[in-house]
Design a protein around this ligand. Sequence first.
Ligand code: GLU
Length: 507
Amino acid sequence: MTNTKRSDCPDTVRVRFAPSPTGYLHVGGARTALFDWLYARHCNGVFILRIEDTDRKRYVPDSVQDIMDGLRWLGLDWDEGPDVGGEFGPYVQSERLDLYRQWAHWLVEQGKAYKCFCTPEELEQMRKEQQARGEPTRYDRRCRWLNPDEVAAREAEGRAYVIRFKTPLEGKVVAHDLLRGDVEVDVSTLDDFVLLKSDGFPTYHLAVVVDDHFMRISHVLRGEEWIPSLPRHALLYEAFGWEMPVHCHLPVILDPSGKGKMSKRRAEKSGLPILVRDFRERGYLPEAMFNWLARIGWSMPGDVEIFSREEAIAHFDLKDINPTPAAAPYSKLEWLNGHYIRHLPPDDMFERLIPFLSRDLGIPEDVLRNDDRLRRLIPVIQERIKLLSEASALVDFLYKEMLEYEPEMLIAKKLDAAGTLEALRAARDLIATVPFEAEALEQALRQKAADMGLKAGQMFSPIRVAISGKKVAPPLFDMILALGKEETLRRLDDAIARLEKLVASSA
Ligand code: GLU
């Protein structure tokens, strides 16, 4: 990577991906992380991973690991983060509680926030009364007007409190989004939102502003669903007297029909993967995923569809993101995956297939890795699959002691069992005697078929079933060579025996 600054970049670029560990990494999160990463790499900046784990109720223990595994699989390495450290850590919010408390109390001291002693029961009562009056339900600010003695008295009683922000009572808040321009709201639509909860944990609003400031974030990239939070954040930056980073909200990802937001439920209903781990298990390559995700809301100059990571880094710029909600083009993903599979060096392909084959065929990885028959089939497989998980069905014939198929499957088109048996016996004799290499075998078998008044296909199709147990399988001679002469003959003998039984029983 070059160290010279690109002309379209600001002096400092520090971006963060700030997932909440409330679930596994999904398409939306991965796309945000990818754009963060691309922008950091484009501008020679810093990409930070920050874990926002302040919502203890929704915490999913293994999700941090899943998020990190998913990012690493996609090749999105971070420069600062929980496991790699960095100057501005810790990078896990639950390890930064003192900082949030300190700054929440600072706002109270400045008269910009206040302690609210209302109990959950009181809040519930308030909500009910507001509903009964047909009013919007929100905190009515009653504790904002407590005098210092009243506050002191409640504290002396040891009553629990939250800290709420003193939202201005009138006026407008204007916050800027890089793609959408000014987002303006009337403060009357905002309430005195909570900054610090009674358990001492910050809310998202407080933690995100404090962290983005102290981690010196220059650009906040996050999903469009966070736009409603932006005015609150703008008020907080102003109250703290801190400069606000550039905010850029990425377009919502729609389902392939474009009708609604892509959600776990929608994905499950249509059988589409949405979690990064699902894509991975189905046999998508990280290269294809990277390429695919990059195009959800951004496009390469000239709308080029297939590009490398380096090309994406070279051209990526925030200003080229299209803020219009974008449908996830699932149909393109398989196509892209097929492309990347075909272009992998065979040894690399072999290595990537091993875990899938081992999983599906129940064969230890090192056994597969040392199987030359399998290795020689790789180019054949590469031409035929769009997902790594499709390979098992193409090579499982190698590992079957006994093939399972009905003898009727052997019977060739426009031939009966006796005719097929004759063709198969002839084929067996040839394969036993002709030099065991593709061209010689093919030529001899074609010639033999012609001599017997058969089409080549009538000769080949029973052989295919005899050695693979399937009608659709990799090219015949690739299979024969991969199996080797001895095993091929053994399977042919087995098929001949099955056919003989069939003929005898129908005689
Ligand atoms: N923790 C938030 C999330 O889970 C991050 C929002 C932000 O980036 O400010 O999406």
